[in-house]
Design a protein around this ligand. Structure first.
Ligand SMILES: *Cc1c(COP(=O)(O)O)cnc(C)c1O
Length: 359
């Protein structure tokens, strides 16, 4: 076999799991019957690609991921279209982003087109796991970890790539519920020159303390500020952030410390399609608070795969709380949410070719 040629073995599970109650899926609680795995070594490149039964891994305790944290992942969804079609939304963009994360973390890149084919095969095999109800989906988690058993800091010479899948419920089962957000002015998520734009496990480990402290204070998520001046807005939790000020849609630019969200990109494109004024520019927390007070800030929302659009109803900064749009979902937030969900489910024309049909 040629280096990097991907030849996927299929080993079907002997017994299938009982499917969970469709109304109580939650997020990431249940996993399907099969997963995709493949290995990489310096000598062989990618090899041993298999779609096989979902199962525990056997991994050496010295595997480098446990010690030095070379771990990257992606998150995307497969949907049941209104006509029964199996659809995915911009999946190639996720695999390309995984490769950008890989480069930053000194990990091998995956062959995008071949993994794309295998991923579609996996989704098709597990099609009975795709929930039917509106807003529900099959969540895919492509992941790569360093598996070489060796201590001493350097890039691992062996890796495991896998895709597991989980049926997830509608994020807003009872309609939008605008969130209360804590503006974090002490802890930081990412520094210039660091790994903030990579979807790498350590970024999330580093953010958990701020998240739990904010949740103890009654907030849903943390709004991150830049690490140097604690002044410029970066992201909200694990989503990109948007503000509508004087009818202009504003989001921080991709400067290396924030994740290049695919939902972020969709929001920007749709807004431009609709002739909404759009700015990717640095914006300070002081500007946002002032705009909330003088009434020019009409909407704020997070954008990411899990919730699509997550309206922000309240911001708390240095002990002061400001509400946004009286804590209600704004018109543009709602329009974006509806449009992206409809695009994902095949209910709207798709001029940007974001949707792919698996079957
Ligand atoms: C994954 C992620 C996002 C959102 O990206 P999408 O491609 O829209 O799902 C935003 N910020 C962070 C930190 C993330 O990890």
């Amino acid at each position: 076999m040629l280096k990097n040629e991907l030849d996927v073995r299929l080993k079907k599970a002997v017994t299938l799991k009982e499917k969970p109650d469709q109304d109580k899926l939650g997020f990431g609680q249940y996993f399907t019957d099969h997963m995709l795995t493949m290995k990489w070594s310096r000598a062989k490149g990618w090899h041993d690609a298999e779609i096989g039964p979902y199962a525990d891994f056997q991994v050496d305790p010295a595997a480098m991921v446990f010690h030095y944290g070379q771990a990257i992942f992606e998150g995307l969804k497969a949907y049941r279209g209104a006509d029964g079609a199996i659809l995915m939304y911009r999946p190639k963009d996720n695999l390309k982003r995984l490769n950008r994360s890989a480069v930053r973390m000194c990990m091998p890149r995956i062959p995008v087109d071949k993994v794309m084919q295998a991923m579609k095969g996996l989704v098709y095999l597990e099609r009975d796991w795709i929930p039917e109800s509106e807003g529900a989906a099959l969540y895919l988690r492509p992941t790569m970890v360093a598996t070489e058993a060796a201590l001493g800091l350097r890039p691992s010479e062996e890796y495991l790539f896998f895709i597991i899948m989980s049926p997830v419920g509608a994020y807003y089962a009872e309609g939008f519920n605008p969130t209360k957000i804590y503006v974090e002015d002490t802890y930081v998520r990412a520094v210039p020159g660091g790994v903030g734009e990579a979807k790498t496990a350590g970024n999330y480990a580093a953010s958990v303390k701020a998240l739990t402290e904010a949740q103890h204070k009654g907030f849903t998520q943390v709004l991150w500020l830049d690490a140097l001046e604690h002044k410029y807005i970066e992201e909200v939790g694990t989503s990109n952030i948007f503000f509508v000020i004087n009818d202009e849609l504003i989001t921080p630019p991709l400067g290396g410390t924030i994740l290049a969200g695919i939902t972020r990109d969709s929001v920007l494109q749709l807004a431009r399609d609709w002739d909404v004024e759009v700015a990717e520019r640095r914006i300070t927390i002081d500007e946002v608070i002032a705009a909330a007070k003088d009434g020019s800030l009409s909407e704020a929302f997070g954008a990411g795969t899990a919730a699509v659009i997550s309206p922000v109803g309240e911001l708390c900064y240095k002990g002061e709380t400001v509400s946004i749009n009286e804590g209600k979902t704004g018109a543009l937030s709602q329009k974006l949410f509806d449009a992206i969900q409809s695009l994902q489910r095949g209910l709207l024309p798709d001029p940007h070719n974001w949707r792919i049909r698996v079957a």
